[in-house]
Design a protein around this ligand. Structure first.
Ligand SMILES: [Zn+2]
Length: 322
């Protein structure tokens, strides 16, 4: 099966609906086609309908490659969806719905919806603990500004970058980064001990080296981790004790939000985080020289089991999008 290497190759390759189906089927079912309802593998292919049929007599026994994926129920063809995935998975600082709308000749509302569905496929489902085997993990939080829409530019910038005095209308984001490995983030209600520490325990192997700033929420973790603290009032780096990996990620994140989006509402922030985290975790490194083609293929392998309806996305029931 062909793996397009560039945007141009992707557009040409996926202009053919058969190529789209082959690609999506191969990525969502890497071990062969499976019935999305019952899991049976001895399904038959109905060539003239581009569908498979399960041998068990249950509802929805005929299915397409789109069933149960982020593409399900979308009236848009895969020849629009796949180039959209390519654009989003490979954009360095993110891409706006206006840009997608222009590039693919769809409405902005449709592009916005596509962007959110694709972000859902970009979310990491990893349950492996970080650290362990001498791994080093940084933990840190940042503030992302809330009601930035109608604010004066200076105020807007100060709030978005977290340099302002008041944090009351901000969303707190916590990050964990394994040096040389992956990053995970989540939106949290506050920076209290009872919020931060269970997250550390859930994601980081006990006994790992853990680096944080002097924030009180991390106090006491030295009983379970090799916890070392950098006091930012004194210095930013002390040998291996620093949180610079996360600081760099936060500035990338904020540059992305400032440069690409007018504002990110707190309700949607976690999806934007998923998108940026995906890009970070699939970046090219010495150990893993990943390409745009690899990033695209990684999203496609996660499209199944992640449907997102318009009502879920907006809280509005009864509206549809096309
Ligand atoms: Zn079945």
């Amino acid at each position: 099966m062909k793996e397009p290497k560039t945007l141009q190759e992707a557009i040409i390759h996926f202009a053919n609906p058969d190529n789209c189906l082959t690609y999506v089927a191969a990525h969502r079912w890497p071990n062969g086609v499976e019935c999305p309802t019952c899991g049976r593998k001895d399904v038959s292919y109905l060539a003239n309908q581009n569908k498979w049929q399960c041998k068990s007599a249950h509802a929805k026994r005929q299915f397409t490659a789109k069933v149960g994926t982020i593409f399900e129920d979308s009236p848009l063809g895969l020849e629009k969806w796949l180039p959209a995935v390519w654009l989003i998975a490979t954009a360095k600082n993110g891409i706006s719905s206006c840009e997608i709308a222009r590039s693919l000749d769809v409405t902005q509302k449709t592009a916005w919806f596509m962007l959110h569905r694709i972000r859902k496929a970009m979310a990491s489902g990893s349950l492996m603990k970080m650290g362990g085997n001498g791994g080093e993990v940084e933990a840190d939080e940042t503030f992302i500004g809330g009601k930035a829409r109608n604010m004066h530019k200076n105020v807007h910038e100060r709030r978005i970058t977290g340099q302002g005095q008041s944090f009351c209308d901000k969303t707190v984001v916590m990050g964990l980064l394994e040096r040389g490995g992956e990053i995970r983030t989540q939106v949290i209600p506050d920076r209290q001990k009872h919020t931060l520490q269970p997250i550390v325990r859930q994601h980081v192997e006990a006994g790992s080296a853990l680096y944080t700033d002097e924030m009180g929420g991390y106090k006491g973790l030295d009983r379970e981790y090799l916890h070392q603290i950098i006091d930012h009032a004194v210095q930013y780096v002390n040998g291996r004790i620093h949180t610079n990996g996360l600081e760099n990620f936060w500035s990338l994140l904020k540059r992305g939000i400032n440069g690409t989006y007018v504002s990110v509402e707190p309700f949607h922030l976690f999806r934007y985080l998923d998108e940026q985290v995906f890009r970070y975790n699939y970046r090219a490194t010495k150990k893993h020289p990943r390409t745009d083609s690899d990033r695209f293929s990684a999203v496609l392998s996660q499209v199944a089991g992640r449907r997102l309806t318009y009502a879920e996305l907006t809280g509005k029931v009864g509206e549809t999008v096309n």
